[in-house]
Design a protein. Structure first.
Length: 124
């Protein structure tokens, strides 16, 4: 972003993990998403990225988004997205889209006694 003051842009403070790929730096890295807006985000962790570096970040429920490092300070950095996103999508729960007939939670078999009576729970 140029010399335009962007501090008034609505942003969501949150804590998510995202996958980061930086041009000129091999590999992918996990970073913490500290805040997110339609035009950019603040991330923490990952490699030391220089200001102006081109990158892609995979955001939950959104997918890969291209951007540029806008600023770097104290282990955190700002990313200006190439295209605006809907930040509310990243807050939404991950949709399973799977078979809902299976139970969401199951009891581990280690809680049962040695196979004899599945109705008795082993004392821990």
């Amino acid at each position: 972003m140029s010399g335009v003051d962007t501090r008034n842009i609505e942003r969501d403070s949150l804590f998510l993990m995202a996958e980061l790929r930086v041009e000129e730096i091999p590999g992918s890295y996990r970073v913490k998403v500290r805040n997110l807006s339609a035009g950019g985000m603040m991330a923490e962790g990952g490699p030391d990225v220089p200001r102006g570096a081109k990158l892609s970040i995979e955001l939950r429920n959104i997918g890969w988004v291209d951007g540029v490092v806008a600023w770097v300070q104290d282990g955190r950095f700002g990313i200006a997205f190439a295209c605006e996103i809907d930040p509310k999508l990243a807050r939404a729960p991950v949709s399973s889209g799977g078979d809902l007939s299976s139970p969401r939670f199951t009891r581990p078999s280690s809680l049962f006694t040695n196979g004899a009576d599945r109705g008795q729970v082993r004392n821990l």
